[in-house]
Design a protein around this ligand. Structure first.
Ligand code: FMN
Length: 338
């Protein structure tokens, strides 16, 4: 009977399937069902540091919609109570979630560099979070802000939280860094217990007749996994922190690829929104069967097998791969349409 257990952020998980941050984990009934279906851990939807700032300024302005009373930087922050229950509601929910399920409950904190991360993180720790996932969402849109400034701030933030908190800290990263390997290494050295790769950005769309910018959220496609696989395979060779893959994990093959790339765990949201919670049970059974068919007794036997350090052809993840892919397209009989 293959052992599906894995280690993530210091916890022994019964399998590598974690439900990532989204409204799926926003109700007690749902998290119980997710646990029943096989989820090994859950990440709650994000609490936004702006919400904590607004509350500390006087919750009443926020609730009764008098946004003009708020400081300029906070006027455009949408009311998020419907999404994550507000600050008080989130903390109460986190506390209740801890008693409702046995699996680790990871709180998610989303903010930028103007945020008061430490007090917010301490609130989540006090409410019972088993671990904290940081979603540092900062769009580097000002030409005066340099890459090294942003990266230094991220590293300093992780170091401060690591030193001040008792619970493990994971960082949900974006792929949009010039030197991702260097940043990941520095975050690892700063004490990050886990790196979650990668955040999906929901790019705004245009409504052309109205000249308006509109928010747009599309669920992931399995093809998005490849960017994660490549980076997990690269990072695994020198990062001590645990790695979790989020983005494009839909099938059991995706789970196996993630582990082979070197991930400790994979996270799911889109696949569960599309296929229901029962998909967790299916994935677990299929993973079990795959290991059995291949006479493998645990995940350790395949973890990192496809990572850069074990690849006989390291170029497969690097520049030469790009050239090979371009060449293979022509090789497949590509004919331009006239
Ligand atoms: C409706 C929805 C809400 C989400 N909310 C959050 C969130 O609050 N915080 C966060 O870090 N990620 C959030 N995500 C991103 C997911 O956690 C996940 O990283 C992303 O969907 C990629 O994984 P997937 O391919 O399994 O969907 C959300 C995703 C969806 C679809």
């Amino acid at each position: 009977m293959p052992d599906l257990s894995t280690r993530y952020l210091g916890f022994t998980l019964k399998n590598p399937l974690i439900v990532s941050a989204s409204p799926l984990t926003a109700s007690i009934e749902q998290i119980r069902q997710l646990e029943g279906a096989g989820a090994a851990a859950i990440v709650l939807p994000s609490l936004f540091t702006e919400q904590i700032k607004i509350q500390s300024l006087g919750m009443e302005y926020y609730l009764i919609g008098q946004r003009e009373m708020l400081p300029e930087a906070l006027k455009h922050v949408p009311a998020m109570e419907g999404y994550n229950k507000g600050v008080g509601g989130y903390l109460a929910y986190l506390h209740e979630a801890k008693t409702a399920v046995q699996i680790p409950v990871i709180a998610s904190l989303n903010g930028d560099f103007d945020s008061d991360w430490l007090p917010s993180a301490k609130l989540l720790q006090a409410a019972g979070a088993d671990a904290l996932e940081l979603n540092i969402y900062f769009l580097a849109a000002r030409p005066s802000v340099t890459a090294s400034e942003i990266e230094d701030r991220m590293v300093n933030l992780v170091q401060a939280l690591h030193q001040q908190l008792k619970i493990p800290v994971a960082v949900k990263l974006s792929p949009y860094f010039t030197a991702l390997a260097n940043l990941a290494y520095r975050l690892d050295q700063a004490g990050a217990n886990g790196l979650v790769i990668f955040n999906r950005f929901y790019q705004p769309d245009f409504v052309i007749e109205e000249r308006a910018v509109t928010p747009s959220l599309e669920l992931s496609q399995p093809g998005e996994l490849r960017l994660r696989l490549r980076w997990a395979a690269i990072l695994r060779s020198f990062i001590q922190a645990d790695l979790a893959i989020t983005g494009g994990v839909h099938s059991v093959e995706d789970v196996i690829k993630g582990i082979m790339a070197g991930a400790n765990a994979v996270m799911l949201t889109s696949a569960l929104l599309q296929q229901g919670f029962g998909h967790l049970t299916t994935l677990q059974n299929e993973l079990h069967n795959w290991l059995e068919t291949h006479h493998l007794s645990n995940l350790e036997m395949i973890r990192g097998q496809m990572s850069l350090q074990y690849q006989s052809d390291p170029a497969a993840f690097e520049r030469a791969n790009y050239m090979t892919v371009l060449k293979s397209f022509v090789g497949e009989g590509f004919k331009p349409q006239n």
